[in-house]
Design a protein around this ligand. Structure first.
Ligand code: ADP
Ligand code: MG
Length: 326
């Protein structure tokens, strides 16, 4: 198949009406009157953001999901995306059908469609990029700069399962060895992070600031505190880990350092957000109703930066992130 046949065969079935069956130069989209667009982009480079040689459904799902997570963090509803594919032309023929399958599964789960893209042959490493477009009600985007002193800090989901999944998919040994269920859980957290799209009504209603957790909780909450000109204080003992994550951490020489590792690796794609303490009960209720795991992890204080405190009030030293994410 040549490039046009590949687009027709693999990608045209994923196109929404806005994509004009991928037959024109551009997509055409009419936003609703009462909405604004939120737009995000993520790029995956082979060997940096996914293991060498893996070009199939897993990579496609993960790429679209990371974009969905950005839109979710802003309280947005995903609508459509543009896809750029640059890879060896022979590999394209071999892999794009599976890649498209991963997109299909994910787009139908989250309610968006393909609107267009670009396909380029290269002799170098593969590079995949998605630009995702979503909608928020006018003036409804949850920004990073709105946290107020006294606000609660919340985290959705758990921290660190994706780190253990990343170790597993890159063949790094995990000890103690996780059971089969946890292996599945960790690998899924890595390949199929759960974008917190269901959180959007809570975020729109209550959040003063929000970010998705891509670089690690401490790094992402620090974006909020810096832009909001305040200090984010996290309660170390409140940080949410999965049972499998706890078992792994307790099996390390330094379980505290292991938990810090889990919380700072990133790739979790939950949401960290701030909101007024007066809304605490409403958020707990909404979380329970939506079956969302939500944890109160700290508060916004006067000052700057971010700190993490243990039960005795001691500050926990947090390392700067220096991992290369594969
Ligand atoms: P042009 O050369 O005019 O930029 P292309 O030949 O690159 O157009 O693309 C033709 C059509 O196929 C366009 O509608 C474009 O959006 C779509 N397309 C190309 N590559 C992709 C892709 N990877 N994913 C989705 N749509 C694509
Ligand atoms: Mg054109």
């Amino acid at each position: 198949m040549n490039e046009f046949e590949l687009i027709e065969h693999c990608f045209a079935p994923l196109a929404g009406p806005e994509g004009l069956r991928l037959k024109d130069d551009t997509a055409l989209y009419t936003p609703r009157d009462d909405c604004e667009l939120v737009i995000t982009m993520d790029t995956f480079v082979e060997g940096v953001h996914f293991p060498d040689g893996m070009y199939g459904a897993d990579v496609a799902e993960r790429l679209l999901r990371t974009n969905l997570s950005d839109i979710a963090a802003k309280g947005g509803t995903p609508r459509g995306y543009l896809l750029s594919v640059a890879m060896n032309s022979e590999l394209m023929e071999q892999w794009l059908p599976a890649f498209a399958k991963g997109l299909e599964t994910t787009q139908s789960e989250f309610g968006c469609t393909l609107w267009g893209g670009d396909t380029t042959a290269t002799s170098g490493k593969a590079v995949f990029s998605i630009t995702l477009i979503g909608e928020v009600p006018k003036h409804g985007m949850v920004q990073r700069n709105g946290a107020v002193i006294g606000d609660d800090i919340w985290v959705s989901g758990v921290l660190g399962d994706a780190m253990l999944g990343c170790h597993l998919v890159t063949n790094q040994l995990i000890s103690p060895a996780p059971n089969g269920q946890d292996i599945y859980r960790f690998e899924s957290a890595y390949w199929r992070p759960e974008p917190a799209v269901k959180l959007r009504t809570i975020l729109r209603e209550y959040a003063t600031a929000a970010a998705d957790i891509s670089d690690g909780l401490m790094a992402d909450v620090a974006h909020i505190s810096r832009l909001s000109k305040a200090c984010a204080a996290l309660n170390f003992d409140a940080l949410p880990f999965s049972m499998g994550g706890e078992i792994w951490a307790d099996g390390q020489n330094d379980p505290i350092a292991a938990r810090i590792e889990l919380a700072s690796f990133g790739d979790d794609y939950g949401i960290v957000f701030t909101s007024s303490p007066k809304d605490r009960q409403a958020i707990f209720d909404a979380a329970r109703e939506g079956r969302l795991q939500m944890t109160l992890v700290g508060s916004i204080l006067p000052g700057e930066g971010s700190v993490c405190i243990d039960v005795e009030g001691q500050e926990i030293a947090w390392p700067k992130k220096g991992y290369r994410h594969v």
